[in-house]
Design a protein around this ligand. Structure first.
Ligand code: C2E
Ligand code: MG
Ligand code: MG
Ligand code: MG
Length: 278
């Protein structure tokens, strides 16, 4: 027994794993200081009306300002999640998004809704309502994207209360990456989100054949029944866009309509509210 443990231990501390763990610790150390200094920036990706192709929403996606580099979420969110830092990053992002919204408002842009990703863990924060109230979020302007892991367990009374609080502040609720995780019909019926986003993995193979398209059509049917809007994510070609529009999807998001861009770039695509017409 001792011998087996010894061997396992030797494997555990292999040089490759030790190096990985040092790298991980280094990211964690840098991430902590990035949180202290607020070194994050939202990029925005447009969501367009499937029929008119007018911009109806923006999704805010976090980037880490790391020296000259902008690191994508895949490079640091897993570390943030395992070390309990994701809620702080989400809070920073929300503040940055609200600052952009206020500036756009002041500069006369017609504001689309902005969707902000929120980790499921934040829904268990007993102070969430107070924190959100302090941020003075303009009603009807912001939406939270939640991933399906919130359906893993029964909706606890705490989570339920936070969802109700979010709604009462005029913030919409969306289910992100629908079809890739744990959403159940029962979960959707209980939660009644305002909007669902069909996962990219279901959208990309859509031009391959009828079964894929009928799957999306079925999701649209379910969404209609539950009075939810439907967004398709990962729309990479106009061919996908046309099929999705014909299937009744409401909003399209993907490289076909724009990559995630910094605020000063995406705002060039927003309309102005008042035109100083001659
Ligand atoms: P997501 O919320 O599903 O966001 C969509 C991701 O798909 C983004 O990746 C976006 O750049 C990418 N994407 C958009 N259109 C296309 C397309 O046509 N084709 C392909 N192949 N990809 C496309 P990104 O920015 O790297 O974000 C990855 C994930 O990180 C997000 O997935 C979200 O789950 C998470 N995330 C991003 N920002 C935040 C945040 O502020 N808080 C939290 N908790 N999670 C975030
Ligand atoms: Mg999202
Ligand atoms: Mg998504
Ligand atoms: Mg996704």
């Amino acid at each position: 027994e001792a011998k087996r443990n010894g061997r396992n231990r030797a494997e555990w501390f292999s040089p490759a794993m030790a190096a990985a763990s040092i790298a991980e610790k280094h990211i964690l150390y840098e991430l902590r200081s990035a949180i202290t200094n607020g070194n994050f920036v939202p990029f925005y990706q447009v969501q367009v009306d499937a029929r008119t192709r007018a911009i109806k929403g923006l999704e805010a996606l976090v980037r880490w300002k790391h020296g000259e580099e902008l690191k994508p979420p895949g490079a640091f969110l897993p570390t943030a999640v395992t070390n309990g830092l994701i809620d702080e990053i989400d809070e920073i992002m929300l503040r940055l998004v609200l600052a952009d919204l206020r500036r756009w408002q002041a500069e006369g842009f017609a504001l689309p809704r902005v969707s902000v990703n929120m980790s499921a863990s934040r829904l268990s924060d007993p102070d969430l309502e107070e924190k959100l109230k302090r941020l003075d979020i303009p009603a009807g302007q912001v939406s939270f994207e939640l991933v399906e892991t919130i359906f893993l367990d029964e909706l606890t009374p705490e989570i339920r209360a936070n969802i109700d609080a979010i709604r009462s502040l005029g913030i919409e609720i969306e289910i992100d990456d629908l079809g890739s995780g744990h959403a159940s019909l029962l979960g959707l019926i209980k939660l009644r989100p305002d909007r669902v986003k069909i996962d990219r993995q279901l959208i990309l193979p859509m031009l391959d054949g009828l079964p894929q398209q009928r799957l999306v059509a079925a999701l649209v049917d379910i969404a209609r029944t539950l009075d939810m809007e439907v967004v398709a994510e990962g729309v990479e070609t106009l061919g996908h866009a046309d099929v999705l529009a014909s299937l009744g999807v409401d909003l399209l998001q993907g490289f076909a309509f724009g990559r995630p861009e910094p605020a000063h770039v995406v705002e060039k695509r927003l309309e102005k509210r008042h035109t100083t017409a001659p």
